[in-house]
Design a protein around this ligand. Structure first.
Ligand code: NAD
Length: 428
């Protein structure tokens, strides 16, 4: 099947490479010439485990191509998937300019029937909005389908190829058949519904997961107060299949390119429909608290942060990605710097950018360089390499002996052995 993916970011590039690997002929289209230029030279614009090999294999096989031209990418495509960004606007609603622009360009370049499948996370009613924009520019037949994506950065290839489900929202039997055909080689339930329900399914799923994390973070703060251990409590709770083990890991809060903006958009949707959303509002408030609480505890333990030297391990919003959007680690870095600490950071893939985050901190080439002469080290992202830190070496280069393990990666036994004071989330 011929498939064109519009937007070659985390979702678009992974989807394109995976669909090509399933045997489809895929064109990845992006308006960013630098990004497409890199891809044409075999350079990945993002870090995602396994992606480079997957892209190279499918480019070599002639199944995966890249372009910046709608007139090259649209004609002849049976499915045109929209995977452009849908960032938050200043008021928390969704900035639809990229979706609208993609719809207009599709309409202008369409040469025959195609299914336009919206993979971007978009407000309820977007399928109708996209259809009406396309209709302004073409006489050709087409159907618009909502096909939300649930992949997680860092596990994106696995998630795309082995999803828990694929949601297809459409009223057209023809379009549903085309979509079932595109996903025929992916073995999972295909849940077919109307487009509005499919659009809401994505927001409701993300708001639920974010709320689950906020809930365990609330429990973790109580654990610290009453002398319980959040890991034990989460294990006890999660063994109940009605609750489930996933997303019960306490930490410095959720971040990334999806949860914060999707939770805000979900709240906006409630507001626009005069519908109060107290549960989701509380989850958002709890997320702010989870971040500042790390810095508050650190400040208390060190008797103030002014003039202290802090090494922060982790910049990305989670391990296995270079994505720093709304990262709790970046918030911790910012708050430490604002409270007067001298901060050095290390992350194997991600960087703090003055342009994106408004802060300028030095980056070290290794965890040990980041904690040189430090009073304390904060583990802010769950990279695997931080689980196996050489604690003897760490102790040797630091002046202080405090580890704030905001991801609960290290064992108390190991840190005790090396004479560290070890602060963890959800443990007194
Ligand atoms: P991204 O910012 O990494 O990539 C978006 C790409 O779209 C960019 O390369 C940009 O240049 C391109 N683009 C913008 N306007 C365009 C246009 N008119 N024509 C062609 N290309 C255009 O975004 P992402 O993280 O891949 O997210 C895309 C969508 O998928 C968002 O709605 C997001 O909420 C959703 N989503 C993301 C994830 C995730 O983990 N990143 C998971 C599920 C869903």
């Amino acid at each position: 099947m011929r498939v064109t993916i519009i937007g070659t970011g985390y979702v678009g590039l992974v989807s394109g490479a995976c669909l090509a690997d399933l045997g489809h002929s895929v064109m990845c289209l992006d308006t960013d010439e630098v990004k497409i230029g890199k891809l044409l030279q075999g350079v990945m614009p993002i870090y995602e485990p396994g992606l480079e090999e997957l892209v190279k294999r499918n480019v070599q096989a002639g199944r995966l191509k890249f372009t910046t031209s709608f007139h090259e990418g649209i004609p002849g495509a049976e499915v045109i998937s929209i995977a452009v960004g849908t960032p938050s606007a200043a008021d928390g609603s969704v900035d639809m300019q990229y979706v609208d622009a993609a719809a207009k360009m599709i309409g202008q370049a369409l040469t025959g029937y195609a299914v336009i499948a919206d993979k971007s996370t978009v407000p309820v009613g977007t399928s109708e909005r996209v259809a009406s924009i396309i209709r302004e520019f073409t006489q050709h037949e087409f159907d618009v389908v909502s096909n939300p994506e649930f992949l997680r950065e860092g596990h994106a290839i696995w998630d795309f190829l082995k999803p828990a489900r694929i949601v297809i929202g459409s009223g057209s039997e023809r379009a549903k058949d085309v979509m079932r055909g595109m996903y025929a080689h992916i073995d999972c339930p295909k849940i077919v519904m109307d487009a509005r329900s499919a659009e809401l399914t994505k927001y409701a799923s993300n708001a639920f997961l974010a709320t689950k994390i906020s809930f365990i973070n609330e429990v973790s703060h109580l654990c610290e107060a009453v002398g319980a251990d959040v890991e034990a409590v989460a294990a006890g709770m999660g063994s109940d299949p009605r609750i489930g083990k996933e997303f019960l890991k306490a930490g410095p809060g959720w971040g990334g390119s999806c949860f914060p903006k999707d939770v805000k958009a979900f709240l906006k949707l409630g507001e626009a429909n005069n519908h109060p959303m107290p549960v989701t509002s509380a989850a958002l408030a709890m997320n702010k608290l989870a971040r500042s609480r790390v810095v508050d505890r650190l400040e208390k333990e060190l008797g103030g942060l002014a003039g202290k030297t802090i090494g922060i391990l982790g910049v990305a919003f989670k391990g296995n990605t270079d994505d720093t959007r709304e990262s709790p680690a970046v918030d911790i870095i910012r708050q430490c710097a604002e409270r007067g600490a001298k901060v050095t950071v290390y992350d194997p893939e991600a960087r703090v950018s003055l342009e994106l985050h408004g802060i300028d901190v030095p980056h070290a080439a290794s965890p040990y360089e980041a904690v040189l002469k430090a009073d304390a080290v904060v583990i802010a992202t769950e990279w695997e390499e931080f689980r196996t830190l050489d604690l003897a070496k760490l102790k040797q280069v630091m002046v202080g002996a405090l580890i704030f393990d905001a991801r609960n990666l290290l064992s108390k036994e190991a840190t005790d052995k090396h004479g560290f004071k070890h602060l963890r989330i959800g443990v007194r």
